[in-house]
Design a protein around this ligand. Structure first.
Ligand SMILES: NC(=O)c1ccc[n+]([C@@H]2O[C@H](COP(=O)([O-])OP(=O)(O)OC[C@H]3O[C@@H](n4cnc5c(N)ncnc54)[C@H](OP(=O)(O)O)[C@@H]3O)[C@@H](O)[C@H]2O)c1
Length: 336
């Protein structure tokens, strides 16, 4: 059966609140020579989509203006230079944009087979957080078995992934979150100790629980005064990894502990990185993490599902921060 020329999608009609996400009709993308065309079954929703909708996170040049950084579905066309994938393969894919749609073209190196027994909806929730956590916690943060990780925003899509991945690789995990329910979810996912930051001071808790030693790696999406406070509880040779600044990126910092404890301050953003760099992360995930998903040791946590046309409701939920784990858009109903 031939492919349609036009598809349903959701666009950002102008910068603003969730209501600016509007159903639209767009041409079905044509895959380039090194791309595959995916018939999308489900698309993950991520906080960066919210920032893009607000006009604060422009898509990289040459990228679709449609939001959507990850999908899962079926390959329906393959570029001439693609090897390793063929029509009919069920995949999940990391995108630089364009996921809120019935079809999307994705660079082949950013596609991965759906791991283990995950449903397409679960698989659509994998790429953005798994790529981000791998490259930040394990590549840049160099987390090792036997070390200790502190994850801020433990109940977020990123946080729920980081907790499970760090535990599966043999680390001890602390997580901060904003309610007792969120803390329970973090501990149910394997965190050794979750800290309700509205009730407890995470610096004091970590200090006490580690007998004053501190943690080896901090994964931070909060910024603001979390940065100096996290540096206080980094152990000697500790690594601080910034992936977002929900409470601001400008802080007054005493650099003395950076010198005396030989700390490393680092961070990264995933979206603007090259296809080759994303492909290298994909290869690491396939080799080291896919087997853990297949064993059932890591599994995305889905909080809510919405039909694609109700993407605005999905964004409103994300901005309420009431969710635990991931929010997913169901684009096509298929037996998972
Ligand atoms: N650098 C990268 O490559 C990269 C890639 C993907 C995502 N990110 C970033 O990572 C963060 C998590 O993404 P996600 O999709 O997992 O998001 P998410 O599920 O929406 O989670 C964000 C969580 O952060 C907590 N939070 C703390 N301070 C906040 C504040 N001032 N405003 C809003 N929330 C606050 C909230 O939980 P509490 O109730 O516990 O406060 C909220 O649930 C986002 O900031 C995103 O931009 C970075």
């Amino acid at each position: 059966m031939g492919l349609p020329d036009v598809m349903n999608a959701v666009e950002i009609s102008s910068p603003g609140g969730p209501e600016v996400l509007k159903p639209t009709r767009r041409p079905v993308p044509k895959p380039g020579p090194e791309e595959v065309l995916i018939e999308v079954a489900a698309a993950g929703v991520n906080r960066p989509d919210v920032l893009q909708r607000l006009g604060r996170y422009e898509p990289p040049p040459g990228t679709s203006d449609l939001p959507g950084l990850e999908v899962a579905g079926r390959i329906v066309a393959v570029g001439a230079q693609v090897s390793g994938f063929r029509e009919g393969d069920r995949v999940c894919a990391l995108l630089a944009g364009g996921g809120y749609a019935e079809y999307v073209a994705a660079p082949a190196p950013q596609c991965l087979p759906i791991p283990g027994d995950l449903s397409v909806e679960e698989a659509a929730c994998v790429p953005e957080t798994f790529f981000t956590v791998w490259t930040n916690v394990f590549d840049r943060g160099r987390l090792q078995a036997g070390e200790t990780l502190l994850v801020h925003g433990g109940s977020s899509g990123i946080g729920t992934t980081a907790i499970q991945m760090a535990k599966a690789f043999g680390a001890k995990v602390f997580a901060t979150a904003g309610s007792a329910e969120k803390c329970k979810a973090c501990e149910d996912l394997g965190a050794d100790r979750a800290i309700d930051y509205k009730q407890e001071d995470f610096v004091a808790v970590v200090r006490k629980e580690t007998d004053g030693r501190g943690v080896d790696v901090v994964l931070d999406m909060v910024g603001g005064d979390y940065i100096p406070r996290s540096l206080e509880i980094l152990a000697t040779e500790g690594r601080h990894v910034s992936i977002a600044f929900l409470q601001g990126s400008k802080v007054t910092l005493n650099f003395f502990p950076v010198m005396t404890k030989r700390l490393t301050l680092t961070g990264s953003t995933l979206r603007p990185r090259s296809v080759a760099q994303k492909g290298a992360i994909a290869a690491s995930l396939r080799e080291k993490v896919w087997p853990l998903v297949a064993e059932g040791r890591i599994r995305p946590v889905i909080h809510a599902r919405f039909p694609l046309a109700e993407a605005s409701e999905a964004h409103a939920l994300m901005e309420s921060s009431a969710h635990i784990g991931k929010i997913v858009l169901v684009v096509r109903n298929e037996a998972a």
